[in-house]
Design a protein around this ligand. Sequence first.
Ligand SMILES: *Cc1c(COP(=O)(O)O)cnc(C)c1O
Length: 402
Amino acid sequence: MQGDALYPCFVRADLSFDHGEGAWLTASDGRRYLDCATGIAVTALGHSHPRLVDAVVRQARKLWHVSNAFRIPEQEHLARRLCDESFADRVFFNNSGAEALETAIKTARRYHFVNGRPERWRLVTFEGGFHGRTLATIAAGGQPKYLEGFGAPIDGFDLVPFGDLEALAAACGPETAGVLIEPIQGESGVRAVPAEILARIRDLCNRKGLLLILDEVQTGIGRTGHLFAYQATEVEPDILASAKGLGNGFPVAACLATEAAAAGMTPGTHGSTFGGNPLAMVVASEVLDVILEPGFLEQVRSNGERLRSGLDALTAEFPDLFDDTRGEGLLLGLKCRQPVRDVAQAARDNGLLTVVAGNEVLRILPPLTITNVEVDEAVVRLRQAAMSLTNAVRSQALEGEA
Ligand SMILES: *Cc1c(COP(=O)(O)O)cnc(C)c1O
């Protein structure tokens, strides 16, 4: 059996791909799929984007890696751009979302340490959150299925129910350093934090001298129709983690912080061998250039609305199958009344790739470059999948009666 030399950690579809172009993937057997999975909200500019191919090839011929023992102009440039486009004054580059979260957690702890409050080192986090698979980030997410068998969870995280402000206030004690939250919980089913709740969390942080850390690993880099999801609200964080879409599949992540929040991260306190190497920086800069072109984010918002109304229509047409539509921009989810893995399988059988979130939500995450024709095609394919599932359920019911 091929693949038996791998850790069997992943539940993989028996499907592999040969190449991709834009929103389309061609499987090894030649079948074509419309990609509304985008490698879990990663390939935001689609596959083989000509500008990204150019950028990576150009830089691959020049210089890949030198280490952070030297100045890296490409890194200085990207950090400056991210700061100019956001709340941030300082950036640290990592290679994955979980690592950017680790940087964020360390940044928050060091902030209080250098401000004479070393006892403030704990973070309040929310049930259903997902922050990665390192030992600290599984503790921050607090999901038993990810913690089991790995010993005592790393200390320093206090979980409260999703969006529960009273529980949050009660959990903030003399050891609390800050609050860590996803503006929209991705992995546990596209659950958005209402803007007024986020504003009240910001208020609480201000009153208690706590740092607000946003995990925008999934919501950032244009996914919700804004460069970062917080930019659609009145709230600004102190620290923010970004990853998934940032390199369009080239592994790169960033932790952004205000000057004040980053004050503790003095020379020697943190590091990364690969983080911020020239190759990664050139790719991410090109991604940012494309996303920040005039009209790009407006297009994401209008295609998001178009897709959402298509999904709403499916929900109305198949009430036994779909419960509701949720999300922002092109980070959308369909809550299913039947096992979501069956729905994802039926979509795949109809040439549409999606991502499962939790036990009941089908995530639809097209490339941000998807055209409105392709949006309509995604809805058509999902409708075919829904028809085939509904027919299968009907014939099972008939068999039952016979
Ligand atoms: C994917 C994700 C992470 C983890 O990113 P990795 O690159 O897999 O480490 C963290 N937070 C959120 C919200 C994510 O969606």
